[in-house]
Design a protein around this ligand. Structure first.
Ligand SMILES: O=P(O)(O)OC[C@H]1O[C@H](OP(=O)(O)OP(=O)(O)O)[C@H](O)[C@@H]1O
Ligand SMILES: Nc1nc2[nH]cnc2c(=O)[nH]1
Ligand SMILES: [Mg+2]
Length: 160
């Protein structure tokens, strides 16, 4: 179970995706981008815009069913990235690597692609070629699409 939560706002996500795009520029131009759905879709859209890349393919990998590491099962590709072939010249984008299991499966089917993500936990780090920020293994990252603002009562009224 995660002991910390790290909330990422839309602004922060946009900034981090632009930072990744900037770091990716010298490695391009790429033939296309493969977004790892679903988490990689919005980062991939931002990066495709910055890199002026029009070919955006997706690969869908299903593994987590809840909001903790205990909810992970063996990742299964339910939609392949057909347009990317063996990945040569392609850039793979995901939001994060945690255990690295998703990245491993994706890289197995696209061995020649470059893999990049926004956030990396230590166990996932060896499975990504590039990332923007490291987060600790016991942190659960809350993305803007996972969260909503919530009313919090004043301290003086809590526990009544
Ligand atoms: O390194 P791992 O331990 O495999 O975890 C990382 C993966 O987990 C999340 O996806 P998730 O499976 O929750 O699906 P989603 O992107 O559709 O939300 C995240 O978007 C990564 O793809
Ligand atoms: N939202 C979210 N999904 C994940 N999948 C694996 N690790 C994480 C995480 O820290 N946050
Ligand atoms: Mg994902």
């Amino acid at each position: 179970m995660a002991t910390n939560y790290a909330t990422v706002t839309w602004d922060q996500l946009h900034r981090d995706a632009r930072t990744l795009a900037s770091a990716l520029m010298p490695r391009g131009p790429f033939k296309g981008i493969v977004a790892v759905t679903r988490g990689g879709l919005i980062p991939a859209a931002i990066i495709a815009r910055e890199l002026d890349c029009r070919l955006v393919e997706s690969i869908s990998v299903v593994s987590y069913s809840g909001e903790s590491n205990e909810d992970q099962s063996v990742p299964v590709v339910v939609k392949p990235a057909t347009a990317a072939g063996d990945g040569e010249g392609f850039l793979i984008i995901d939001d994060l690597v945690d255990s690295g299991e998703t990245a491993k499966v994706v890289r197995d089917v696209l061995p020649k692609a470059h893999f990049a993500c926004l956030y990396a936990k230590p166990s996932g780090r060896p499975h990504t070629d590039q990332y923007v920020m490291e987060v600790s293994q016991d942190t659960w990252v809350l993305f803007p699409w996972d969260t909503a603002p919530l009313f919090v009562p004043p301290l003086a009224r809590q526990g009544n």
